[in-house]
Ligand binder design. Structure first.
Ligand code: GDP
Ligand code: IMO
Ligand code: MG
Length: 420
């Protein structure tokens, strides 16, 4: 049986904290897509940790963590992250497994990401520059190196072949930066990676399922960044939605049970691309300040706005969300009025569906104004203590999106979550 936790917006919904919270109820936590573009924040012994490659169950001693085949893995990031996690007294190698089919990010992928973004100029995606797009291109282009290849004697030859191919592309981009230092740390990290538990991921996971073990699949990014269903081309390069769990781990759709969708009580986006409810005024600034909305991977300020129920309903539909987790409710504590977007106004007409090319149409969000709750919600412990206006806010969202909000997160701490 596999449950899923994934983002319903444009990423950074607080998935890391939620996975960490639920991890004790599972035997295995599995990343199924994305790579070091992810930044999942957890608090361990009141200390902040941001995970990019390692699943967010790593701090639970009895939980197995697996990096699935659908992930793109940067060995350099992994090595640094393992050192960080080990500093908490965690035996990373004992509890972390990596699928042999996982694709590798090589230094030239990062260079190509940078070169491609530079060439796009004004219309750049705002990628995290971690090499995600080029690495997935090599996967679908059938050129990639995979973790299992590390065990081949001719790995270096394979690497050189790919590097030469990339060099031609970099020459076309007139990319002249010296990446020797990146390559040196890459090969050091490759040695480190060789000492890991490299497994046949699909058998590993399915055998555990057959033994009755419970698997939690941890999504990265968010549904509106999905390569097929997001705001293309301002998206990432993987399927971030629940369907990605099957291809990213090698499990059958029949195994998928609960899909927990995580949304902020408002909305943010980092990088370029359409964002209909974005606020450019003092309210947006206030959300950024109170919510501390700065990227966990790149440190960039996140764009902030009201919750977009049109996009949220769409995300629930394509993911088959069974339960919604609403995070950062506490960030809205001091606002008098909370706007929720219930339709998109396009050319004077109201639409309740996400358009094909959001970036090509002028969208005027239609808002329903709801009253704020003016309560310090961060100290609340149970559903009974929720202020009436917070309950109303949640009830309105439930009814609109047709999926129930079952948990409200009211602070970054592990214990700050209320079951409804
Ligand atoms: P992820 O990528 O979805 O895991 O989310 P990030 O870690 O990138 O960003 C979420 C940020 O919000 C992190 O700094 C978390 O510590 C913080 N956070 C998570 N849940 C809550 C919450 O309920 N309230 C507040 N105030 N912060 C939260
Ligand atoms: P988590 O897992 C927020 C965004 C980038 C950019 C676009 C493409 O922490 O929620 P990429 O590097 O994937 O080619 O960038 O996607 N992006 C994210 N935004 N959270 C993330 O991950 C993101 N991963 C990528 O900012 O707009
Ligand atoms: Mg993040």
């Amino acid at each position: 049986m596999v449950d899923v936790i994934l983002g319903l917006q444009w990423g950074d919904e607080g998935k890391g904290k939620i996975v960490d919270y639920f991890a004790p109820h599972y035997d295995i936590i599995a990343r199924f897509q994305g790579g070091p573009n992810a930044g999942h924040t957890l608090y361990v012994n009141n200390q902040k940790v941001v995970l990019h490659q390692i699943p967010s169950g790593i701090f639970h001693q009895n939980t197995i963590n697996i990096i699935g085949n659908g992930v793109v893995l940067d060995p350099v990031t992994l090595k640094k992250e393992c050192e960080k996690v080990a500093s908490f007294g965690i035996d990373v190698k004992k509890n972390l497994f990596i699928s042999e089919r996982t694709n590798l990010i090589v230094p030239t992928h990062r260079a190509l990401d940078k070169a491609s973004e530079m060439q796009k100029g004004e219309s750049k995606i705002g990628s995290t520059l971690k090499g995600i797009g080029p690495a997935y291109m090599d996967k679908t282009g059938r050129n990639a190196l995979r973790v299992g290849d590390l065990l081949n004697k001719n790995f270096t030859t394979q690497y050189i072949k790919l590097r030469l191919k990339h060099q031609k592309l970099l020459d076309n981009f007139h990319f002249i930066e010296d990446i020797t230092a990146w390559e040196e740390e890459f090969f050091e990290a490759i040695e480190f990676l060789r000492s890991f538990n490299i497994v046949n991921g699909e058998y590993f996971v399915n055998n555990k399922i057959a033994e009755g073990k419970k698997v939690l699949a941890e999504g990265a990014q968010g549904s509106m960044l999905d390569i097929d269903f997001g705001t293309f081309p301002f998206v990432t390069s993987s399927n971030t939605i629940s369907a990605g769990v099957c291809t990213g781990l090698g499990v059958s759709p029949k195994q998928i049970n609960d899909v927990l969708g995580v949304t902020k009580a408002y909305c943010t986006r980092v990088g370029g691309g359409p964002f209909p409810t974005e606020l450019f005024d003092a309210t947006g600034e206030e959300l950024r300040k109170i919510g501390n909305e700065f990227g966990a991977t790149t440190g960039r300020p996140r764009r902030c706005g009201w919750i977009d129920l049109v996009a949220l309903k769409y995300a629930c539909m394509i993911n088959g969300v069974t339960k919604v987790v609403m995070t950062k409710a506490d960030v809205l504590d001091s606002f008098d009025t909370l706007n929720v977007c219930t339709a998109y106004g396009i050319n004077g007409e109201n639409y309740n569906e996400v358009p094909y090319q959001m970036d090509k149409v002028a969208i005027e969000p239609v808002y329903k104004a709801l009253a704020g709750w003016h309560t310090d919600s961060s100290i609340l412990k149970d559903a009974a203590s929720l202020p009436a206006n917070m309950s109303n806010y949640i009830a309105f969202i439930n009814q609109f999106i047709g999926a129930p909000v079952k948990y409200v997160s009211n602070g970054p701490g592990r214990e700050q979550i209320i079951s409804l």
